[in-house]
Design a protein around this ligand. Sequence first.
Ligand SMILES: Cc1cc2nc3c(=O)[nH]c(=O)nc-3n(C[C@H](O)[C@H](O)[C@H](O)COP(=O)(O)O)c2cc1C
Length: 392
Amino acid sequence: MQRRSFLKGSGTVIVVVVGGGVWRAYDEGVFSVGEGPAYQPWRDWQNEKDGSLALVRAAILAASPHNTQPWLFKVTDKQIELYADTRRYPGALDPYLREQHIGLGCALENLTLAAAANGYNATATLLPGKLQPVPSNPQPALVAHVDLSPGNRQTSELYDVIPHRHTNRAPYDLLNPVPVDVTDALIGLTNEEPEVKIFLFNSESGRNRIIDLVAKANKEVYADPEVENGSQRWIRWDWSDIQKYRDGLTVDAFGLPPVTTAIIKFSPKRLLRKFAPRGNGDPYADLLRATPVFGLIAVRDRYDQEQCLRAGRIWQRAHLLLTSRGVAARPINEAVELIDHERLRNQEPRTSAQLADLTHDATWQPTFMFRVGYPIRPALASPRRPVKDVII
Ligand SMILES: Cc1cc2nc3c(=O)[nH]c(=O)nc-3n(C[C@H](O)[C@H](O)[C@H](O)COP(=O)(O)O)c2cc1C
């Protein structure tokens, strides 16, 4: 729970720094935010000489759970196959790889936006399937292919903001409401989708119910040591690890104030664990309170592979749309993760009943939740593995 609480809270971190800090500050990337090979993919994502490989450069900048980047691509001039790299997932937090498939849908969305911008007509085919508990020796699995043919170059607002979309985990400004044209545009994203629907909540009562539900789910799901351990494997505390693995969650992306971020980065990690922020009350609930609009993406069957991919495409589109309007967003998925948890353990499906209560329509199954608002500070980029590491 300790490591996760940095991510969740924005409370004060009290750290006693015992001398010798400056060299550590260099070592831990305090002065090199967003630099080094781990961040290079954000800079060289457009290369016209790449042919269809340019599409993969855009795809790898997509969102993924815990920044696991669970994708592999087989690329020719005429087709790109998208595989799930089923080894890359945060363990018991995603026991059916439901979130992994949503992340793959995010990559697919960037890929198809980039196809149009690079002069291709693209037809995406999503492969059907039912998600099952992860086998002990998971193998890469084909989930979609995109067929390419020459077309007109068409950039779009959403394509242009691909390198500016970052998950923003800071508080949002409650005095600056999200304009109705933005919320309408979000809702409109699923108008043509028979199996995916966006719900938004901005009333005080709706927001309070979500804050309560998500904050409680966070405590409950992370109380399971298997979940906590699976999640921690993807938290990259050390700058050298970030540059080596180029994935996972980093302190820079926690959404904390810059000074707090710097202190955490150059402090010995033993000390940090001891002084992890606790504060009074629940810092995650406090953070959630600083949210003018909550939303969720629902599908007809949350364990249907194709619908997971479609939900991911919608999230990526939604986040790009918000980015293009200067509005921040962050997924907050603990309640849906708790649904997986209850299902795997054959427990009463309490949490899915609570979410159905919220949407007033049990025929839609929430699979992804998020918060939206104008941020009090910008979000920073997260690391990415290079294209050569994800091509098979
Ligand atoms: C399916 C899915 C679930 C996610 N759940 C959460 C979450 O519960 N909390 C959170 O802070 N971020 C969540 N994220 C955001 C990822 O951590 C983020 O996309 C990843 O770290 C890469 O960072 P970026 O989005 O800034 O590029 C989720 C992303 C996806 C695709």
